[in-house]
Design a protein around this ligand. Structure first.
Ligand SMILES: Nc1ncnc2c1ncn2[C@@H]1O[C@H](COP(=O)(O)OP(=O)(O)OP(=O)(O)O)[C@@H](O)[C@H]1O
Length: 771
């Protein structure tokens, strides 16, 4: 030992000079192996905790075999530099993150196990973020947290008055968003204290709090731990404020450098301040690292061990005392229970069962706790009420989109320009712009009579002197096509009609309209193509009628009788409406739900709720209830505007239309849950929602029939959430089919299956996607 000490720098040798014979200490270490029973007696006991972030290739070791012992009824100060892993350790303790290896007992049970009560109201957790809803008042916030933790209204009122006074908070009707940073932090502390938990975990509660109030908070913590009912774990950057803690753990490099009472640490290391102790231990730890020996051993070897006088090592009398388990693979973990430290309360709640009990059928049935659901649903509605503007916008959005759709899509274009070259006019020396119309059975200037029918179809006709000029107009984009009438158009047409198959081919040519269209726009091109022909049919029919000839003679010999389903001239609005209605409701539900869940997550509220014992499933279903109300309102408005205001065709039963739209909206909500559970921020959620929007819309048959898609796409298209429901809704609205038709009920079944898939994914993500 001497030879080792000689070579060391002054501080090391100074410390080592105090080291007494290691043999008895090692003996103690070997014989005092902690048992599960002793560990369960502590408020918190962590053994050999390993926590790694990152990938296997690039691991970021946060906890490296850490041990921690927090006796019941104490204030435990968890100290360490920023980023050393304090929050990570706390979230493992409250059951929000899982260790990679190691064990944790909290209040005698393992966090997350059945019957342990952790997470649950036994814990009060104040996270680092404020984690409160800015739109709520102080009273509403406390009501919410009170209800979550099983308090009734009277208890909450009583506690509210006390906490407001104790934490010097302003009037209970003040909104959280209008409080100062320090007041918000105290409010967050109040939310953790409202239900008087057994274990209070406070992550930096005194940041931004003035020294006087900081002292008041510490005094309160000392007060509540006085009778041993409450244990407090507190992290802070202000090392010296933990002088009032019963025990502090100095964390560095994923381990504890020491775990002792502040006085013992100061005494042992001959320091004036805890900050100095921390620095000293850090230097020792660094030296140990350089030598590649175990950090724990390095620190153990360096510290003063004042024999059995030190209660930290005197473990022989009381099993509940702390542990030094360095010899069993743990790093140093020493605790001392000072003379002023209280023992566990006489009426402490019984320990949870050591082994996790088998889940009974009743356990499986109890998915929801009534008081949790009451608090969550109330909170969701209150949030909506407080964000009335946003909600009005969200509710109004589908209506606005429906109105836009009905006004903008499916109507025939009007005022399309055609450049007409009517050589009959120049031939008969008429003014180029005045085309005379002769009514009755009059075979004069039939070109003008035909053009009149074209104008009736809202086509804007303009005359030009010759064909080149007219084509040039189209080339410049000033008209959609040209129509050319021959000089002797009327005579040729009459001759063609009168002499049938004996007529010369030049006569047939002259009786033809020569048309050039700009087909660059498929919709307009097809429409002109149709209207030019329909105008001709109308023109011939009117001529024949006027000349007392059966008009059917002039028609093409195909008779399109009245359609079995749909209209004789179908309109695109009716074709697209089912898909558009479902898409609007589906994707707005996605946005609404994922948005609401992400707000909750980003503001830290979700974390806080989960620590209070609220389950992810409860949160999910509370949103289902509230969002469903919003969605039902949206559906009612969309359908009212579609059918009552814009007169969209619905030949089916309205009930089934409503049911399918609601089911699709619900499916959208579930997809929103998946997004919010799968990603961590709004940006990724937006990308995911947008990424799924276009494939769904393009492939659901809303814009183009599935039969016209690439063969490779036809099958996957059928399995998308909106495809079968769109077909089903179209079958109801256009064909008037009912639910007993397979083409109809398949839409409900397919949407139902998607709901199950999305819900299962969400629940699995909520259950397993922890840190
Ligand atoms: N989800 C995560 N994924 C990856 N790394 C993480 C994650 N959460 C925390 N870390 C990293 O783990 C380390 C410890 O973080 P932690 O928040 O536990 O530190 P802390 O001691 O509480 O810091 P502070 O005192 O500043 O709050 C940090 O380097 C942090 O970047």
């Amino acid at each position: 030992m001497d030879s080792e000490t000689d070579g060391l720098p002054p501080m090391q040798s100074e410390i080592n000079s105090h080291v007494i014979d290691l043999k008895p200490r090692r003996k103690i270490l070997k014989t005092q192996q902690s048992t599960v029973a002793t560990r369960r007696q502590q408020a918190v006991c962590v053994r050999r905790a390993h926590k790694i972030y990152g990938t296997k290739k690039n691991p970021n070791v946060i906890l490296d075999g850490l041990n921690m012992t927090v006796p019941k009824g104490t204030i435990y100060g968890l100290l360490g530099a920023s980023g050393c892993g304090k929050t990570t350790l706390l979230s493992c303790i409250v059951g929000r993150r899982r260790l990679n290896s190691g064990e944790i007992w909290v209040l005698g049970g393992r966090p997350g196990s059945r019957g342990s009560g952790v997470p649950g109201p036994r814990i009060g957790y104040m996270p680092q973020e404020i984690a409160l809803y800015g739109e709520f008042t102080i009273r509403e916030t406390l009501i919410y947290f009170g209800w979550i933790n099983g308090l009734n209204k009277d208890d909450v009122d009583e506690k509210t008055d006390f906490l407001l006074k104790m934490l010097q908070l302003p009037n209970a009707s003040r909104f959280i968003k209008n409080l100062s940073g320090g007041q918000q932090r105290r409010m967050s502390l109040a939310a953790a204290l409202i239900h008087e938990p057994e274990l209070l975990i406070l992550d930096e509660p005194t940041v931004g709090v003035d020294p006087v109030l900081r002292q008041a908070i510490w005094d309160y913590l000392v007060e509540i731990t006085k009778f041993g009912r409450t244990t407090v774990i507190i992290t802070t950057h202000y090392i010296d404020e933990t002088r009032q803690a019963h025990k502090i753990g100095l964390m560095r490099g994923g381990k504890f450098l020491a775990e002792e009472s502040p006085d013992d640490l100061l005494q042992k290391y001959h320091c004036e301040s805890l900050e100095e102790v921390f620095l000293k231990l850090s230097v020792i730890q660094n030296r140990g690292k350089r030598r590649r020996s175990s950090i724990a051993k390095e620190v153990i070897d360096s510290i003063q061990l004042p024999g059995m006088a030190n209660p930290a090592l005197d473990l022989s009398h009381d099993e509940d005392h702390g542990e030094i388990s360095g010899e069993f693979g743990d790093n140093i973990s020493m605790s001392s229970r000072g003379p002023d430290m209280v023992t566990a309360p006489p009426h402490a709640p019984p320990l949870p069962p050591e082994e996790e009990p088998e889940a009974t059928c009743m356990d499986h049935m109890k998915i929801f706790k009534l008081h949790h659901m009451k608090a969550l649903v109330w909170k969701n509605f209150l949030w909506m009420w407080r964000n009335f503007g946003v909600m009005a916008f969200i509710i109004g959005l589908p209506v606005a989109q429906t109105i836009l759709f009905c006004l903008a899509v499916g109507h025939d274009p009007e005022g399309l320009k055609l450049a007409v070259v009517n050589n009959e006019l120049s031939d008969k020396q008429f003014n180029q712009q005045e085309c005379p119309i002769y009514e009755g059975c009059n075979y004069t200037m039939l070109s003008c009579r035909y053009l009149d029918f074209l104008k009736n179809r809202s086509i804007d006709v303009k005359f030009y002197g010759n064909e080149e000029e007219a084509i040039e107009v189209v080339r410049h984009g000033n008209a959609w096509g040209t129509i050319l009438f021959a000089h002797n158009y009327t005579d040729s047409l009459v001759e063609r009609q009168d002499f049938g198959h004996n007529v010369e081919s030049y006569v047939i040519d002259n009786a033809d309209l020569s048309v050039h269209l700009d087909m660059s726009n498929q919709q307009i091109g097809t429409l002109l193509y149709r209207d030019i022909q329909y105008a001709y049919f109308d023109f011939i029919e009117s001529m024949l009628k006027d000349c007392q000839i059966n008009p059917l003679v002039g028609k093409i010999p195909i008779f399109f009788d009245s359609p079995i389903y749909g209209d004789r001239i179908p309109n695109f609005t009716d074709f697209a409406a089912p898909g558009v209605q479902l898409t609007i409701i589906f994707f707005l539900s996605v946005a609404l739900t994922s948005g609401a869940m992400l707000i909750e997550r980003n503001e830290g509220m979700l974390e806080r709720c989960l620590v209070s014992g609220v389950t992810g499933i409860e949160i999910l279903f509370s949103h289902v209830i509230t969002q469903f109300c919003v969605m039902a309102f949206q559906t009612a408005l969309v359908l009212t505007f579609s059918f009552s205001v814009f007169d969209l065709t619905n030949r089916g039963e309205l009930f089934w239309v409503i049911m399918l739209v609601l089911e699709t909206g619900f499916c959208g909500m579930c997809f929103g849950f998946v997004i919010s559970c799968a990603v961590d921020n709004e940006r990724s959620a937006t990308y995911m929602a947008l990424g799924s929007f276009l494939p769904c819309v393009l492939l659901c048959g809303m814009i183009w029939p599935i039969e016209g898609m690439h063969p490779l796409l036809r099958v996957p298209a059928l399995f998308l959430p909106l495809t079968k429901s769109t077909e089903s809704l179209r079958a109801i609205m256009q064909r008037g089919w009912s639910i007993d038709n397979p083409d109809v009920y398949i839409g409900y079944v397919s949407t139902g299956v998607w709901i199950l898939i999305f819900l299962t994914i969400s629940i699995l993500l909520l259950k397993f996607k922890k840190g």
